[in-house]
Structures are given as structure tokens and as C-alpha cells.
Ligand binder design. Structure first.
Ligand code: ZN
Length: 387
């Protein structure tokens, strides 16, 4: 039996208190308080605005795994999955026992609590923490580096979220999950450390392909010394970048969360059960490289007036996430007015040469922000259908 079939009754593993996209300290604090004693919960430092950064340690094995999430404050899917893992680690079964006997796990569920609160990628000083690995100019970066130096991980999991534009390869396959074993030098040398991370990613990919065939991508491995994953890999800890992406109609990322949860369980169990070497690392390169092939909505064959002339074109919309009244809303924005035949829409509509305009009967322009457009004077909703 594969591990993904063992955990197929996902609702039993899901932490129901966390859902949707807006996840911040006040939501996880009651859950951290309720964790049983075998979880060691600590405040390991403070953010720019003085919010605590929490760490959770569990297990007593030799293999040390450091995982951090929400380094980018608006990338909350992997944090939800971490709390699913916490719930699952309390179950009595062989898989969990093996993980806890062989591994010591250190989780930082929200590294950037100010960004999480404000729902921004950046921290409160408008710094991208994933470009601060060399300078360590921000308190959050220092906290992570201290944990790395003290904990001395054998594996690192750098957990992120990615936008809906990403495809796995150039086909009509959304990248629901993406992975990277980051480079550790400009030449992008395939070192022993990188191969170990590639080995684990290949194992995860093989198991998850049965769940989300062709929806797994691989990130470009251009080296950047300011990125945390590249730095920790260079310092000798095999590092896996996880990116939680889009799944059909799943704008709240509850489905993707399930696949992140499974990917974490598969990886941790594999590390627990095996001596990780470079075997099978080549399979990592079978994963298609990510591309940007998607819009949230494409309206095809729409007639507009451009430079005084009637023209048939396509309209590409992307949702912008906005925090309003403690909830994330998805506001459609017109990003492209051009033929988009190399792109795919998560939702597509053929206007059949129908006249497209704003709801006020004006010409559409890039940047148009409204929940509706008019097609032949009929309101067309740009809101996504609820799952
Ligand atoms: Zn990120």
C-alpha cells in the first residue's frame, strides 16, 4: 500500500479550524496551545512589529528535519497543511511511529507573522525574506538562520505558495504542486547535497502523480545567493522547495492543501525509512519545468474597438487577492487584450465575435477592475464558481 492511499480519507487528518487563505498568528495560537505534551512549542523570536514567531518540535530520531512556512505572509496553504500534519502525528499507527522514532522534526509554521497578518508577501519593512539570506537584515531572517545553525538539520523544507498562472510544462496542466532542489553555485552543479533533495522530490512526485497526474512542475534552478533554500543547500543541508499552486476551481486552496499534506507525509516517511543517497535522482529531471501558461479567465473572440477600428481579440483576466473584513476576496482585473492562443484559462468563454465592453458601455482597457463585463449588452460574471 502506498502512503498516499493510507491517508486517502483526508477529512480525518484535516485541521478543520484552519481554512480559506487568510491564516495568521491569532488563528494558530489556540491550536498550538491545544497540542499534546509530546509537541514542544516555543516562541523562538519576534517579528519587526513584535509578533511572536513560533516553533514546534516533535520526535526523537537521529534524522533532523527543519520545515518553515509563510516566509511570504500571503502563502498560507502550506501552513494549513502543517497543522494537518500535527493532527496526523497524534495518530497511533506504524507510519507515524516510524517518523517519530527516526526523525526529529522542527516546524516554524509562520515565519513572517506581520506579512501573514497584513496578507502581504513582504515583511513589515517591505523586505522579501527570501532575498535576505545573505544580508540577514531582518529579525525574521535572523531567527530562521539561528534555528538552522542550532538545530543542524539533515533536511530542510522551504514551504511556499505560487500563483494560478503556473503550468506544469507548456500544456493545459495547472501546476498544483511545484518542487525545486535549489542550486548552490552559479554553475548549478548537481552536488551530492542537491541529489539527495532530488531523490526525495522524485519519490514524492512518483506517489503524487497517481493523485494529480501531470499537475506537478519543477522550478527553474538559477542560483541566487540571497535565497534561503540556495544558501542552506550550499551549507550542506539537502533542501526541498515546495510550492502550493492552483487546483481546478480551488481558489481557497483546500484541495491543494491536501496534496501538500500528502507530499509532506510521503517525504518524511521516506526519510524516516531510508538512508537517503543519490539513487534515482535522475527521475527528478522527468518532472516538467514550470511555465506561465494560465490566466484565471480568458474570453476569446471578443469584438472591441481599437484605434477606431472593430477588432476581434481575446481578453485575459487575473484575480487579485484583497484582504477585506478578515477575508481574502478575489477581484478580477483585465491584464491582457490580445490574441492569447498560447495560453489557457482556468475558466474560458467564447464570445463568438460578440461586442465586449465595460458595464458602463465604455471600451475595455488593461487594468479594468470589475466583477462583470458586457458581452453583447449582457452581463458576464467574472467571479469564480464556488466549490
Ligand atoms: Zn513564497
Amino acid at each position: 500500500m502506498t502512503l498516499s492511499s493510507q491517508f486517502s480519507a483526508y477529512k480525518n487528518h484535516k485541521e478543520g479550524q484552519l481554512f480559506h487563505r487568510y491564516i495568521h498568528n491569532e488563528m494558530i495560537e489556540p491550536l498550538l496551545k491545544k497540542l499534546p505534551n509530546k509537541f514542544k512549542v516555543d516562541a523562538i523570536g519576534k517579528s519587526v512589529l513584535g509578533r511572536p514567531i513560533y516553533a514546534v518540535q516533535i520526535g526523537f530520531g537521529k534524522k533532523r528535519i527543519l520545515l518553515w512556512s509563510q516566509m511570504h505572509g500571503n502563502e498560507s496553504t502550506t501552513t494549513k497543511a502543517i497543522f494537518d500534519v500535527f493532527k496526523t502525528l497524534q495518530e497511533p499507527n506504524d507510519v507515524i511511529e516510524s517518523i517519530l522514532i527516526n526523525c526529529t522534526l522542527l516546524f516554524i509554521p509562520i515565519l513572517n507573522p506581520d506579512g501573514a497578518h497584513a496578507y502581504t508577501r513582504l515583511n513589515a519593512n517591505s523586505i522579501d525574506l527570501n532575498r535576505d539570506a545573505k544580508d540577514l537584515s531582518q529579525p525574521e531572517s535572523v531567527v530562521l538562520r539561528q534555528q538552522f545553525d542550532e538545530f543542524k538539520p539533515d533536511f530542510c523544507f522551504n514551504l511556499h505558495g505560487q500563483r494560478t498562472i503556473f503550468s506544469a510544462g507548456n500544456e493545459n496542466n495547472v501546476a498544483t504542486l511545484s518542487f525545486l532542489s535549489p542550486a548552490e553555485d552559479d554553475k548549478r552543479s548537481i552536488t551530492e547535497t542537491r541529489k539527495k533533495a532530488m531523490h526525495v522530490i522524485a519519490v514524492v512526485n512518483n506517489q503524487l502523480q497517481t493523485k494529480i497526474p501531470n499537475q506537478i512542475g519543477r522550478y527553474d534552478d538559477t542560483y541566487n545567493e540571497n535565497c534561503v533554500g540556495d544558501t542552506f543547500q550550499r551549507l550542506g543541508a539537502p533542501t526541498l522547495l515546495y510550492e502550493a499552486g492552483h487546483y481546478h476551481n480551488d481558489y481557497t486552496r483546500e484541495k491543494t492543501r491536501e496534496y501538500i499534506f500528502l507530499s509532506l507525509m510521503v517525504a518524511m516517511h521516506h526519510i524516516a525509512q531510508n538512508e537517503i543517497n543519490e539513487a534515482g535522482f535522475e527521475q527528478y529531471f522527468d518532472i516538467p519545468v514550470n511555465n506561465k501558461c494560465f490566466f484565471d479567465i480568458i474570453i476569446r473572440n471578443a469584438r472591441i474597438i481599437k484605434d477606431g477600428k472593430s477588432t476581434i481579440t481575446d481578453l485575459g483576466f487575473m484575480y487579485q487577492e484583497k484582504l477585506l473584513d478578515n477575508k481574502i476576496h478575489f477581484k478580477p482585473i483585465l491584464e491582457k487584450i490580445e490574441i492569447l492562443d498560447k495560453f489557457f484559462g482556468h475558466k474560458e468563454f467564447n464570445a463568438n465575435n460578440g461586442r465586449a465592453s465595460t458595464v458602463d458601455l465604455n471600451e475595455l482597457t488593461v487594468g479594468y477592475e470589475n466583477d462583470f463585463v458586457l458581452i453583447n449588452n449582457v452581463k458576464f460574471s467574472l467571479l469564480f464558481s464556488k466549490t
